[in-house]
Design a binder for this molecule. Sequence first.
Ligand SMILES: Cc1cc2nc3c(=O)[nH]c(=O)nc-3n(C[C@H](O)[C@H](O)[C@H](O)COP(=O)(O)OP(=O)(O)OC[C@H]3O[C@@H](n4cnc5c(N)ncnc54)[C@H](O)[C@@H]3O)c2cc1C
Length: 598
Amino acid sequence: MRETLDFLLFDWLKAGDLTTRERFAEHSPETFGAVLDTCEKIAREKFAPFNRLADTQEPHFDGERVHLPQATHDATRAYAESGMLAAAQDYDVGGMQLPCVIEMAGNAFFSKASVAMGGYAMLTSGNASLLMAHGTPLQREVFAKNEFAGRWFGTMCLSEPQAGSSLSDIATRAELEDDTDPLGPRYRLTGNKMWISGGEHEITENIVHLVLAKIPGPDGKLIPGTRGISLFIVPKRLVNERAELTGERNDVALAGLNHKLGYRGTTNCLLNFGEGRFTPGGRKGAIGYLVGKPGEGLRCMFHMMNEARIGVGLGAVMLGYAGYEASLDYAKQRPQGRPMTAAGKDAASPQRPIIEHADVRRMLLAQKSYVEGGLALELYCARLVDELHTGDDPAGAQALLDVLIPIAKSWPSEWCLEANSLAIQVLGGYGYTRDFPVEQYWRDQRLNMIHEGTHGIQALDLLGRKVVQQGGASLAALAARVQQTIERAIQTGWAPQANQLAAALAQVGGATKKAWSTGEPEEALANAVPYLQAFGHTVLAWLWLDVALAVSGDSAFAEGKRAAARYFFAYELPKIGAWLDVVARREPLCREVQADWF
Ligand SMILES: Cc1cc2nc3c(=O)[nH]c(=O)nc-3n(C[C@H](O)[C@H](O)[C@H](O)COP(=O)(O)OP(=O)(O)OC[C@H]3O[C@@H](n4cnc5c(N)ncnc54)[C@H](O)[C@@H]3O)c2cc1C
């Protein structure tokens, strides 16, 4: 994986060129490489060996405290000490001023080694970065800085039992108590938050919850819709302006842990805010400090959305990678069966390693094309985030990110899950047991189509908003980039694939128009997921072609990249025909079928 990562970062995406920008001037390709080396080492030594342990020794709540394996404490401590929590932050807040693409690449090692143990740090860094963008100077100093230092960890509390995809329906209530508190206007929160990752643990002395809640209007009623949603800092233990613990417990209580299919090493919690379990200041109600302005909670929360979604997509890719490498290793060693040639008919001849069977190679090639293609996608998007923040054409980067982010989040969630399933298949019966790691990768992976916007919600975002916004400007920006690759490829031996890609792009454009030809969202969006799948496969075909053009020589590495690219065009891209067919004719079946026909 490291060789592929380095190739994609430095040869394909020219990440080294970023050091000519003022923000990254103190870096060099060598310092970038050193960050990757450090992450790789910590992940190999502190995370990977304990990935199974974190799964089997699930977090456990004794009614008072949540217990985690010591290995999780040690691993998260090592991560915090590496400085990676503040990797992209300014030097003056203790950061390393790393580009997003290098930060993401470094974090990829942890996702591969143990995605669940890595979860606490990813959440903390996202939480603190959000506070850097929207918090007051004191909120940054007290909360964000202590999170970056690893003294406290953070969470993101959006979902509620009755409000997951539809956040406008959240019911957590925030009532103003004192608008002169130096930590920010102080409110009392009441409500329940479901599925909160990292919501309770004893790894750090405090937990900084970022909570979405509604401030009631003058009539005491909650404002319907997303307009009424605000964002609050709700620390588990109360702190003063000097970031010292006051000794008082805030009114946030763990109602219970969720017992998950995978990702078990990260606690997942139902949290009750303001139920009166604790009474800070002598009364019930969780104390929360407003971040940003009232009503701007969702806008603040989604400020970090690009990074969060790339992070989820990259996590999915790395789980796929872990399964791919495990199954590749197994396939080289497992003797089973004989070749189909005349020599194979001799039952007395030794059995051959399964990697010699074409069907096993098909499964390995499929995995390779999904995980390496997925890695290219995520790094490409992370590089665009750097263009957005420090490049010459931020608007152009934004337009591309708009259409690519739903793909960055959802494509690996679906296809690297398929990679994990194929890894199990390569191991046969052994893959289905807990003696090998591949079943855990599959279970851990299954989350990714659910959180950070479900697959269905990502599809609605892509077809319902992103490709039609500003008269289709984002789609046109992407098409222009794809066209550039096609033009370069048409001059080479990749001309057949270039033509195939041009046809696919035209098909996506045509289906987009036909889906919206009646202007009825219900008709257009009934087949949003097949659209997402076709769009994603077209994007991946483009990236594979672009990567193939960047490969030179005839090493096994280069041939492997070309084989995976050819695989994608031969076996995967043709699938888009069926997906786009239902989109273009606005197939009504799924919206017309009646609930009582099932
Ligand atoms: C392990 C885990 C960790 C999580 N961590 C966090 C966390 O840290 N913080 C946090 O706030 N949340 C977290 N979540 C919550 C997660 O974001 C939600 O589960 C997710 O948003 C979906 O909400 P839901 O579970 O209520 O499903 P629902 O919203 O009820 O969706 C159920 C199904 O209906 C579909 N659906 C819903 N609405 C529509 C629609 N309008 N059109 C078409 N289809 C629709 C969905 O796509 C889905 O397939 C986590 C969840 C899990 C499982």
